[in-house]
Design a protein around this ligand. Structure first.
Ligand SMILES: *Cc1c(COP(=O)(O)O)cnc(C)c1O
Length: 469
C-alpha cells in the first residue's frame, strides 16, 4: 500500500502520547484518571486514528479539531478500560439456575452478610470462646447437620472439589464401584471418570447403561474396593427399560461388606419439590437417612446459595477429609462462608426459604404471577412509539437448569418481540449488547423473554432498551 502525501502529512500530525496527556489536563473528565489508564487509552486512540488515516477515512486536518477529536476517542477508551468486565445482566431465558449467567441469586440477608463480613476483620478461624485458633468449617457445620441429620459436615470451593476430595481421601489407589448408567458429564468438562482418575481412585464400572442391579455391585466388590459411589444423573434421564439400585440398598450392601457408600447428589436440595408437582428427587435429608456415609452437593444449584461444595456424612470420614492436604487448595472463601451461613439459616423454616431464596422462589412461583408480569411488560412495550415493533404474549416452558430436573417443563409466559426489517438474530445481539445486557432466546423466528426469571424492577430497563431501537 502506497501512502499519499496527504496521508503522510496527517500521520506526521498525529499527537504523541505526552501531548495527549498534556492536553487532557484541560478536561475535567480526565482529572482523576490514573496515568497508566490514560497512557493505554491514548495509545489505543492514536492507533485507531493511524488506521483511519491509512484507510483514507475522513478525518479532520485542523490541528485543534484533531485534538478534540482524539480526546473524544481517548475518553471512549478510558471508559472501556475502567468499566468492569463482570456486570449484572437481565436473565430473560427462563432458565433459573443458569450456569453461564451465575447460577443462583443470593437472598438479601446473604448479600448484607457479605458486606458486613468483608468490611471488617472476622472470627473466620478464631475461636472466640477459647481465644485460640479455630476452624472455618465450624461456621456452617452445626446448621448443616441440624437441617440434614448428618453427623458431620464440611464445605469446599465447589461440588467438583467436594467429589474430588472425597474420592482422594477414601479411595486413592483403590477401586470405586459406579454404575455405568451414572458416569455423568456435567457441562464445563466435569466428568466422573476424569475426576476419579485425577483423584487416584480406580473406576470400576458395573451394570449397563440402562440397567444396573444390586448383584452387579455385589459381584464387583473385591479386596481392593474402597467405596461404592452413586452419582445423581443430574442433566439427563434414562427412560424406558431401566433399573437402578436405591441408595438404601447400596448402603445396606456397604454395611454388609464394610465398605463406605457415597452419593454425589449434584444439585442437592433440602426441599422436596414433589410438593410443588415436580418429579420426585431425593432430598439431602433422605440421602443421609438412607445411610450414605458421604453426601456431596453444590451450594449454588437448587440450594440457592453461593458457589460451594457441601460434604455431609459420618464424622470419622469427614474428619479424614478435613485433614486431607487438598482441603487447603479447595478451601472455601470467607465471603462464600458468610453467604452460605445466611442462606442456610433461611432453611430453619422451609416455607419461608421457598419465599426468600430467589432460586426457590423462581422455581415455584405460580403461573398467574408470571403471566401478570408478562402482560405488564407487553403493555409497556406496546406503548413505545415504534410502528415496526410487534409484541405478543407466548406460552412457553422454562427449565430449572444447573443440570437439575432435566425433564421438568415449567409452564411460563413469555413476551415475543419482532422488529420490522430486523432479524431476530440482530435483535438478540442488540439486546445482549444493551446496558444492562438482556439475554433472551429465539424461538419461532421471534426474540422472546421468559418472565419467570425477570424481576419486576427490571421491566423498565427492558422497555428503555426497546425504546432506543
Ligand atoms: C453440578 C454437578 C457437579 C459439579 O458441581 P459444581 O458445584 O458445579 O462444581 C458434580 N456432580 C454432579 C452430579 C453435578 O450435577
Amino acid at each position: 500500500m502506497s501512502i499519499n502525501e496527504k496521508q503522510q502529512k496527517l500521520l506526521r500530525g498525529l499527537p504523541g502520547i505526552d501531548r495527549i496527556l498534556d492536553i487532557s489536563k484541560k478536561e475535567s473528565f480526565f482529572v482523576n484518571i490514573p496515568k497508566t489508564v490514560m497512557v493505554n487509552a491514548a495509545r489505543l486512540a492514536v492507533d485507531e486514528q493511524r488506521i483511519s488515516i491509512l484507510n483514507n477515512r475522513d478525518i479532520y486536518e485542523n490541528r485543534d479539531t484533531t485534538d478534540s477529536f482524539i480526546l473524544r476517542r481517548v475518553k471512549k477508551h478510558v471508559e472501556q478500560i475502567m468499566a468492569p468486565n463482570l456486570i449484572p445482566v437481565i436473565n430473560g431465558t427462563g432458565i433459573v439456575v443458569h450456569t453461564n449467567l451465575g447460577r443462583s441469586l443470593l437472598p438479601e440477608n446473604a448479600v448484607q452478610n457479605i458486606i458486613s463480613v468483608s468490611r471488617k476483620y472476622s472470627n473466620l478461624e478464631f475461636d472466640l470462646e477459647k481465644g485460640k485458633r479455630g476452624s472455618r468449617y465450624t461456621i456452617v457445620e452445626d446448621i448443616l447437620c441440624g437441617i440434614s441429620g448428618a453427623e458431620a459436615a464440611m464445605v469446599v470451593n465447589n461440588n467438583a472439589g467436594a467429589v474430588f476430595i472425597c474420592l482422594d481421601t477414601m479411595a486413592r489407589e483403590k477401586e470405586v464401584i459406579v454404575s455405568r448408567g451414572e458416569l455423568v458429564e456435567i457441562g464445563g468438562s466435569f466428568r466422573i471418570p476424569d475426576v476419579m482418575a485425577k483423584s487416584g481412585a480406580v473406576l470400576k464400572e458395573v451394570g449397563t447403561t440402562n440397567r444396573t442391579h444390586l448383584q452387579d455391585y455385589e459381584k464387583g466388590i473385591d479386596a481392593n474396593t474402597a467405596l461404592l459411589l452413586k452419582v445423581h444423573t443430574s442433566n439427563y434421564a434414562v427412560l424406558g427399560f431401566t433399573a437402578t439400585v436405591l441408595l438404601k440398598e447400596l448402603a445396606d450392601l456397604g454395611v454388609k461388606n464394610d465398605i463406605p457408600v457415597m452419593e454425589d447428589l449434584g444439585s442437592g436440595s433440602f426441599i422436596d419439590f414433589s410438593r410443588y408437582g415436580f418429579p420426585k428427587e431425593p432430598t439431602v435429608q433422605e440421602s443421609v437417612a438412607a445411610g450414605a456415609d458421604l453426601v456431596t452437593f453444590s451450594g449454588d444449584k437448587l440450594l440457592g446459595g453461593p458457589q460451594a461444595g457441601i460434604i455431609l456424612g459420618k464424622k470419622a470420614f469427614i474428619d479424614r477429609i478435613k485433614k486431607n492436604p487438598m482441603a487447603r487448595a479447595l478451601r472455601i472463601d470467607k465471603l462464600t462462608l458468610a453467604a452460605l451461613e445466611s442462606v442456610l439459616s433461611l432453611y430453619n423454616d422451609f416455607d419461608n426459604a421457598v419465599e426468600t431464596i430467589p432460586t426457590l422462589r423462581m422455581l415455584t412461583v405460580e403461573f398467574p404471577v408470571i403471566e401478570k408480569r408478562a402482560v405488564k411488560l407487553a403493555g409497556m412495550l406496546e406503548n413505545i412509539d415504534n410502528p415496526g415493533l410487534k409484541i405478543r404474549l407466548m406460552d412457553r416452558s422454562s427449565r430449572a437448569g444447573g443440570g437439575s430436573l432435566p425433564l421438568l417443563q415449567l409452564p411460563s409466559k413469555c413476551v415475543g418481540v419482532n422488529l420490522e426489517n430486523c432479524s431476530p438474530n440482530s435483535l438478540e445481539t442488540f439486546m445482549r449488547k444493551n446496558d444492562p445486557p438482556i439475554i433472551g432466546r429465539i424461538e419461532d423466528d421471534t426474540f422472546i423473554i421468559d418472565l419467570r426469571t425477570v424481576d419486576d424492577d427490571e421491566l423498565t430497563l427492558i422497555k428503555t432498551a426497546f425504546a432506543t431501537l
